[in-house]
Design a protein around this ligand. Sequence first.
Ligand code: UDP
Length: 325
Amino acid sequence: MKKILITGGAGFIGSHLAEELLARGEEVYVLDDLSTGSLENILDFKDNPRFHFVLGSILERGELEELVRLTDEIYHLAAAVGVKLVYENPVYTINVNIKGTENVLNAALKFAKKVFVASTSEVYGKDVRPDRLKFRETDDLSLGTSLRWCYACSKALDEYLAIAYYKKMGLPVVIGRFFNTVGPRQTGAYGMVLPRLVRQALLGQPMTVYGDGQQVRSFSWVKDVVRAAIELMSCPQAIGEIVNIGSEEGISILELARRIKDKTASSSEIIFIPYHQAYGPDFEDIIYRVPDISRLRALINFVPSLNLDQILDRIIAYERQKIRP
Ligand code: UDP
């Protein structure tokens, strides 16, 4: 049995990671300040004797170091997340993401512990390439000047920092770039299109498509994402690597809304909301974002367990039961 620290373990992805590690027999320590995470996310396993919750922040170095000392490896997921939240709180975002990650890497170095650093597909930035190609880890990152990009920039710096700790100081790190991830317990409160559209459809409310709806995303099932992270952590070839974790099945947001409307037999109207109304004045969206996951496949033979249709069915069932238990 390993002792594992998850920063941000009460968040959406972190709580699924905690659940999976507990199911695999590990002892799990979660450090979370409950800024976007919640106790509800960990309700199902909070009484497991192998589970420990610590309310605290990665910005408090003392407590963080103590937890790192106590545990065998670290999954660092704590961050300011969610497009809307980040756009509205840029100072907070930059501070938490950069200082927090530096604290985690320093503590890991001090006690020689392996770290998984959760990064994001946001770091690819705008799709400035002439062809719509799936993003590969070797692609350039192209960020803009709008404050929307402060999140991507802070996470990109986290990646550089982690790679630098690996190359210059020998710290074993694995960096996962998460693409859009969905599943139970995800809240639509900070953006997150899929649970929002499903809830709107089930409640008969207007389904809000931002812009013209031609922007493309791909969605992966959270349980596949956490399995990929765990397998990468036990894969020696993944050390010092950046790895895309996501689905290659792209869909436009308008098509997604139509599919959800069909599947739920909803009477909701699909409405288009201009970006400036949805997010604020100088917002820039990413028009196409789908990963190439060859590297993930090569490292851990990754095959997603669910396709988009199956994911939609699961989320619709989950949201339905939440609305009418
Ligand atoms: N979006 C939308 N309607 C919503 C919420 C989001 O059309 O109610 C769009 C958003 O502008 C983006 C895509 O859906 O183009 C995915 O948004 P999300 O916040 O889920 O994640 P992102 O991919 O932007 O990180």
